[in-house]
Design a protein around this ligand. Structure first.
Ligand SMILES: Nc1ncnc2c1ncn2[C@@H]1O[C@H](COP(=O)(O)OP(=O)(O)OP(=O)(O)O)[C@@H](O)[C@H]1O
Length: 253
């Protein structure tokens, strides 16, 4: 599992970027998310554990893709590699036509901030900040401040069904409500890609439905590409494709 603190490395949006951004070749990588020959081996105590054994994946813009598989099969590892949080042992990942595997750390941090919304487990909200302020933090990272940030945060919380809880502190919210604040925060920067690890796991039936409908709308009406790990059967109805990770390889069923 990945925590939000790993996702939110502080990034200066003002940095002067002089290094050219690595571009992917058009023939293979015209979709939103593409991966080629991804392998991942973890080393510990002198042993190597080969978790991913050659993953190829192409996900079109505006689609909802689900990644399933048994516990320990490498779903979180793959999602982390596809979102640039982990570097694969071999292979390359192209997001929105850019080769993230060749990016410098600085380029990658900026790319994630500009283009990816993360909804991962362990929502890690700032305990002293209200729901709205937690969302505003994500907007500040994108240089959206003041009234504009407040209005947008309230609007996002409204969309996830928390319009009446904008001033609540995390300790006064249920697990499902906190998860919805985390979803609102992930959407704050209008990301083109959403990477989610069990986004509806903590949600009751009504909240789960609201979150799923929101993701569906983002994909179908705004062309956002959603890749998520989930076991939630409710999401299968809105998915364009479900891929299964088994024994280090992907199968499409
Ligand atoms: N940083 C790491 N170092 C060593 N091994 C790791 C590391 N991260 C993951 N693993 C191992 O890789 C395998 C896949 O882990 P991963 O968390 O990706 O699986 P998962 O399918 O997401 O599991 P779950 O559904 O239980 O969350 C596991 O055997 C895990 O122990």
């Amino acid at each position: 599992m990945i925590t939000v603190s790993q996702l939110q490395s502080p990034v200066s949006t003002q940095s002067s970027q002089t290094v050219a951004t690595p571009i992917c070749s058009k023939n293979i990588h015209s979709g939103a998310i593409a991966a080629e020959g991804i392998e991942m081996t973890f080393h510990s105590g002198g042993f190597g554990s080969r978790v991913l054994k050659g993953i190829d994946l192409a996900i079109p813009h505006g689609s909802i893709q689900i990644l399933m598989g048994p516990s320990g099969s490498g779903k979180t590892t793959l999602l982390s590699i596809l979102s640039g949080l982990l570097t694969p042992t071999t292979g390359r990942v192209c997001l929105l036509g850019q080769n993230i595997t060749q990016m410098s750390r600085k380029q990658l941090s900026k790319f994630r901030l500009d283009h990816i919304g993360f909804i991962f487990q362990g929502f890690n909200l700032f305990p002293a900040l209200s729901a709205a302020q937690n969302v505003e933090v994500a907007l500040h990272l994108k240089n959206i401040r003041g009234r504009k940030a407040r209005d947008r945060a309230h609007d996002l919380l409204e969309q996830v069904g928390l319009g009446d809880r904008v001033h609540s502190l995390p300790r006064n919210l249920s697990g499902g409500q906190k998860q919805r604040v985390a979803i609102a925060r992930a959407l704050a920067g209008n990301p083109q890609l959403i990477m989610a690890d069990e986004p509806t796991a903590a949600l009751d039936s009504q909240s789960g439905h609201t979150a799923i409908e929101l993701l569906r709308k983002l994909a179908k009406e705004e062309g956002v590409t959603v890749l998520m790990v989930t076991h939630d059967p409710r999401i299968l109805d809105v998915a364009d494709r479900v891929v299964h990770l088994e024994d280090g390889r992907l199968t499409s069923k």
